[in-house]
Design a protein around this ligand. Sequence first.
Ligand SMILES: *Cc1c(COP(=O)(O)O)cnc(C)c1O
Length: 392
Amino acid sequence: MKVPLLDLKAQYRSLKSELDDTIIKIAESQYFILGPEVEKLEKNICDYLKCKHAVGVSSGTDALLISLMAVDIKPGDEVIIPDYSFFATAGVISRLNAIPVFVDIDLKTYNIDVNKIESKITPRTKAIIPVHLYGQAAEMGKLNEIAGNYGLKVIEDGAQAIGSQYIGGKYSGTLGDIGCFSFFPSKNLGCFGDGGMVTTNDDALYERLKILRVHGSKPKYYHKIIGGNFRLDAIQAAVLNVKLPHLNKWSQKRRDNAKLYVDLFVKSGLSEKPGITEYSKANKILLPETVYDNAGLTNYHIFNQFIIRAEKRDELRTFLSEKEIGTEIYYPIPFHRQECFNELVKNANYTENEFINSDIASSETIALPIYPELDKEQIRFVVDTISDFFTK
Ligand SMILES: *Cc1c(COP(=O)(O)O)cnc(C)c1O
């Protein structure tokens, strides 16, 4: 049985005629950049996330970059981020000649360890970028409290987390000063190329974001500030306007798939329960802390990825690929070990064990197929195959 990591064609087939029609309409209008479809998407996103403003941008990376520019991050400013995320989270800070400051993660959720943030704050710290990794909101209560105490801006990297909610039911991306989203095709809400979105409830930040998106010009050809070309294409917005009404259903399917994985792993004897961080005879694989109910009391995880930990991760991956099961390693190298940050890390005086958890995550985690169109038999096959690996 073939189980790909992701099958984008399955989703396309289910909406093909609507998607094809909307693209033809854009072709006929020859209106390609920003414009009515982008405005419609911005309104739809505001309604969906229950926030005041949304600004369509060219990618998730540019969403982060324009957000840092909007809160006026300057050369030498420090921005706190988790040590373990997609590269963009760190790269955008360095591109502004500011300094990313890495903080270790929590091994139950793979999100930033909020208890390790405060000791990293200096007079140069200006902002924190929590990443809602794999589709689960970071511990925003404590994080916002720290940011408030020190006057720091909070820019949420929600690239993997559109539709996820934090305890209390508020959506990721509406919990800090600015929320950033990516519509890269493999995200939970993906377009037909690159695209992104920035959200905020702050009127002044919204004005600045809109101006920065078009090279900082207002009125046209008059520049008080320097921005960039961060514009979203009409075709991408049109595709997203067709897909957005289906997002909750897709998220629920991902959650159902995650629940089935957990139930089957527990039944197979490979794991006692989610949230355990130490291996033992009864815990040969470690499952992420996952919460299924949404009584407004818990995180609503939307599982952009389903991640397990295993000591022989690379052998397991080879075994699964021989059985035609697709997997991926997110992310094999944490920021503090990236060559481009060698100099920065040397200057930062991190301690020996500073990144003990991100080192573990990068060497032991593996992503299993979780996309909405997976069927139960495929999930059973993945769990059975992993079970075979441990008993062979
Ligand atoms: C995908 C991703 C980004 C970047 O989004 P792009 O649209 O690919 O530029 C940023 N941060 C995280 C955590 C991501 O997963």
